[in-house]
Design a protein around this ligand. Sequence first.
Ligand code: DON
Length: 575
Amino acid sequence: MIARHKFLCALFFVLLFGSAHAESPLAQPEPHARPPRAAIASANSQATDAGIEILKAGGNAFDAAIAVSATLGLVEPESSGIGGGAFMLLHIAANDQQVFIDARERAPLAATRDMYLGADGEPLRERSINGALAAAIPGLPAGLVHLAKRYGKLPLAASLAPAIKLAREGWTFSSKNAAMLGFRREVLATNPAAAALFLANGQSPKPGDRLSNPDYAAMLQRLAENGEASFYEGKFAQSLVDGVRAGGGIWSMQDLASYRVVERPVLRIEHRGQQIITVPPPSSGGVALATMLNIMAGFDYVKLPRVARIHLLTESMRRAFRDRALYLGDPDFVEVPVALLASPEYAAGLRAGIHPTKATASAALPGIGDFSDRPSTSHFSIIDTDGNLMAMTQTVNLPFGNAFVVPGSGFLLNNEMDDFSAKPGTPNAYGLVGEDANAIAPGKRPLSSMTPSFVIGPDRIAAIGTPGGSRIITMVLLGILDLMDGGSAEHAAALPRLHHQYLPDVLSAEPAALDESEISELQAMGHTVSAGERSWGNMQVVVWDKQANTVEAGSDPRWKGVGKASTADDGVIFR
Ligand code: DON
């Protein structure tokens, strides 16, 4: 009765005075249609600068993405490159469309389900991690060509020019390069072409040293002039196949010639009145995000005390990662029940099994029985002054990929084959387990955790992503929640991190993420907490606030001085 009375009063008020919105002195101004400036956040300042150069030359966010991507492949070889793959998420402002370009690597056609198992049936991890047999067929070269042709404003040659110049004239070795090299030095030293690139005279370069890579410049130049055929067919392809086979790999010319990028529909998640746009399989990230956010949507978690909220987040993570292990794989090969897994109804069922104050043991969930914090893989986020957005995550998998360079090529190959489940239930380098859905098959794409995403709210629009193996998904989840709470790009990138991935049944926490009393409370609930772990991730975020008409970029402070977030604050204004 009272509600009805209030409604009638409100109606009367509106009839008398017009819409409350129009009359209110607090009425929101119309959101701005275009960002006042462009912004780029990437894991290396040389890559950010390359992207800025292309924006200044009249390129859009997608042209800039090509420049950033090709430069990262040169200056951050431990993380990603031409010998690897990528997921690209585009927001095209002109028609308000989003596109997902899947440039993920594919298993060679001669790959077999048990190719990494020894005579005793156990995985021989060495083979899926180091050397030519670990390499899947690269997708990034085809991805860059596709991006330029379909979505760029500039010719590919223009967008690749900054990376070509840097490869010829020399790029600057960073403290991050040095840290990662220390980690893979021994394996790199076993491959003469890799050693020639990264261990000249048997020495690791020092931060600040300048290195050139004429082979890389020549390869990009050919890509610019002759498109993807220059990589996937003919003489260069033959040299790659010969080099890989000489190293014990199984690539064929047909593998390269038949590689195609795939455009797939994006995954959309509604949460607290905002839209999250993210990537579907062969990424596991989008589906897991949907599961976690949908579970959380049934709790009034914003109002809960911190520990209760962390408990519920952990339980959501645990359940999403169990489903990842059971159901997710390359959708071109296995039927992935995406609509079901991403539905609120399914999440409601999972939520019902969550106790408000007690951890569920992962072993108690029906189902199956560390490199994880090394930031190989690279993410960058870009917004241009037309409002186009790019979130792109690219990878060669583990630091320095498979540590194998085909002589004369100028780039490392990936070890993405390790992202398959070599044996059901046996963990890979990220401790991830999988089942049949992610078993190896010829031409199949290994399941990925890369989760480039957009958050589209009524006032603010953001692009976000990070490296970090299995932890990518939970980092992006926490980053999205922070952005939805109004966090700045820098705040979201800096946020202390927590992670649970079902197996091992452990809640991992960065040093600043939990205090002693929170750890005790979580332990009392039954959680196994591993606190004070080395930090992880390398998040790059851009945010456009349409109401305030501001653009900001945030680069993960964990690699301060290596990554770079650039906006007009640096004196770069594009119109
Ligand atoms: O696609 C994936 O899920 C992995 N290859 C990503 C690897 C990664 O993020 C490495 N960083 N720690």
